[in-house]
Design a protein around this ligand. Structure first.
Ligand code: NAD
Ligand code: AKB
Length: 314
């Protein structure tokens, strides 16, 4: 059995996906990598890997008998607008480096997450399907749609088994998100649990699709393990669970913290959010590989609060 390489493995998704893959496939098969020098978890096999460095990517893949890759390394939307050139290098050049080395070293399967950020201001807003207008205006969106298309190309041209899905904003408590436009959701809940008011960087009625991390992780594994013959798409299955605005989230949190206050002070992230859909159509994922989220907004907030209270001991 070969090695399963995870890139960007110390981020919001990678931290939890690594744990899940280790518990499923065993510690010996999983090699976690990230640009960060060290991992806080000494019990995992870890190597530093900058995906924008093609030689390092080839070295790690070539020397470790890599058969599977979960390619999570990326710069997300908000940081992407602060440094678009680095974002291009990491998200697009880095993804090409991974695809190219995967092909040359005969990697069997590759998973790459995409995002609702591939949609843009000209996309219709509601129940958006995969095949629609995708003209993103952020560097994040541009690099992610190009990464999807490259993956489709490697599948068609070289028969490489590339699979991917378009995530909405993800809510989780283990590792807080730090670089995206949907991060307000986690921040708001953390502030409530810690007894602090929250200043939200989006307008109160900004609606976006969201999903809780356990559903996101199940989606990754279910898509990865689905028989290829059942899949009608390659890198761009829409998945999601519910849509919400900052005000609907605030209302839900107030069931637990009636005094909790939120002020609205929109910044540059408002423009990013305004270009994204309000809701997405994920019926293809349901039909092809039985995607079914378990958490609605109410259950997400309940579980987040429960776990954050334990984490912060409050
Ligand atoms: P994250 O920012 O938490 O993690 C990304 C990781 O990549 C970080 O640990 C970072 O150190 C690492 N990284 C940055 N530059 C690198 C480089 N040059 N080489 C190697 N590693 C590098 O992001 P995340 O939320 O875990 O996102 C993972 C993937 O999921 C991304 O492709 C993202 O587009 C996608 N996604 C995430 C969300 C979400 O809400 N979290 C939603 C949609 C799509
Ligand atoms: C972001 O806000 O950048 C991410 C995403 C939806 O891709 N959470």
């Amino acid at each position: 059995m070969g090695t399963i390489l995870i890139t960007g493995g110390l981020g919001q998704i990678g931290t939890e996906l690594s744990e899940l893959l280790i518990s499923t496939y065993g510690n010996d098969r999983i090699l976690v990598s990230d640009i960060k020098k060290e991992t806080p978890n000494e019990n995992i096999r870890y190597t530093r890997l900058d995906v924008s460095d093609a030689d390092s990517v080839r070295k790690i893949i070539g020397e470790n008998d890599v058969t599977d890759i979960f390619h999570l390394a990326a710069i997300l939307s908000a940081t992407g607008e602060k440094d678009p050139f680095m974002t291009f290098n990491v998200n697009l050049q880095g993804t090409q480096n991974i695809y190219r080395a995967a092909k040359d070293f005969d990697v069997k399967k590759l998973f790459i997450p995409s995002t609702i950020g591939v949609y843009g201001p000209s996309t219709p807003k509601d129940l958006v399907p995969e095949d629609t207008q995708t003209r993103p205006v952020t560097m994040y969106g541009i690099t992610k749609i190009a990464g999807e298309m490259l993956g489709d190309y490697y599948f068609r041209k070289f028969g490489m088994d590339v699979r991917g899905l378009r995530f909405p904003g993800l809510i989780s408590y283990k590792f807080p998100p730090t670089a995206g436009t949907t991060d307000y959701a986690v921040d708001m809940i953390i502030h409530a649990v810690r007894g602090m008011d929250y200043e939200c960087y989006l307008k109160c009625d900004t609606e976006m699709p969201m999903m809780y991390m356990p559903d996101a992780l199940n989606a990754v594994v279910d898509l990865y393990e689905a028989p290829r013959k059942n899949l009608t798409r390659c890198t761009d299955y829409n998945v999601g669970a519910y849509s919400m605005t900052p005000v609907t989230l605030h209302r839900e949190i107030k069931k637990y913290y009636p005094e909790f206050k939120v002020r609205y002070q929109p910044d540059y992230r408002q423009e990013i959010a305004d270009g994204w859909p309000h809701s997405i159509d994920f019926r293809k994922a349901q039909k092809d590989w039985n995607f079914k989220p378990a958490y609605d907004l109410e259950l997400t907030v309940k579980d987040m609060i429960l776990n954050l209270r334990k984490k912060f001991d409050c």
